[in-house]
Design a protein around this ligand. Sequence first.
Ligand code: MG
Length: 282
Amino acid sequence: MEKLIITAALTGNVPTREMTPHVPLTPAEIAADVRRCAEAGASIVHIHARDTGGRPTLDPAVFKATVRLIKREAPDVIIQLSTGARAGRDWEARANPVRLLPEMASFTTGSNNLPGIVYENAPDFLLFLAGVFKETGVKPEIEVFEAGMINNALFLVKKNLLTPPLHFDFVLGAPGAMPATVRNLVFLADTLPPGATWTVAGIGPAEIPLATAAIAMGGHVRVGIEDNLRLPDGAMATNARLVQTAARIARTMGRAIASPAEARQMLSLDPQHKDRILTQID
Ligand code: MG
């Protein structure tokens, strides 16, 4: 079986210091945690930014400060910036992380409920953001909270805005969206076009069980405090411990862990884009 790509989702928009002492919030905390996760086997890091009050932000200055430190702490890891809406609903603001030219950025191709909000990604916004991905050449990770979002992504391929092979992230178990069951994971994986790659982000206690299913199925995994605060035994998790847990399960099942260079190849990332972000952050 192909090697396993582990993504660490370290911060997200929701976890606070009150919820867990282990969530990294400042650029320095995030960069230090990225290094620990990379050492534990993560080849991709999914990055959100927080302002000095710990609130979600899309301020490019915070992303830049974070990326600068990550490139110092873990120069080889693949940086994936979030375009999520909890940090702001302005279209241009949500596109700014893509315009910083990271190797990857997240792209949710549809709307659904999440706790307290409608996670709104309307059809005209999808066309707009897909256009930004096209014009920058940044590889999207298509975040799928509901099955129809796969079809929406394929529509954007038909419109010549997204370029296959696509990479998907099935986010399962968020309150308001698709439940975190192995049956749903199998259905979603079976729905993808040939050549697509996929990872799974199980929310809360589903994180490690769904990661285990994905490891067995030949998919990839996303773990981290963005999605889940606890280890399987109920203890409060650190991001590195979650990455170690996924890596250990994979090795136990005979599946090796991909390095960032191997992940780049498996995801068809342009090797020339590895450090392109450095041209945007000085
Ligand atoms: Mg996110």
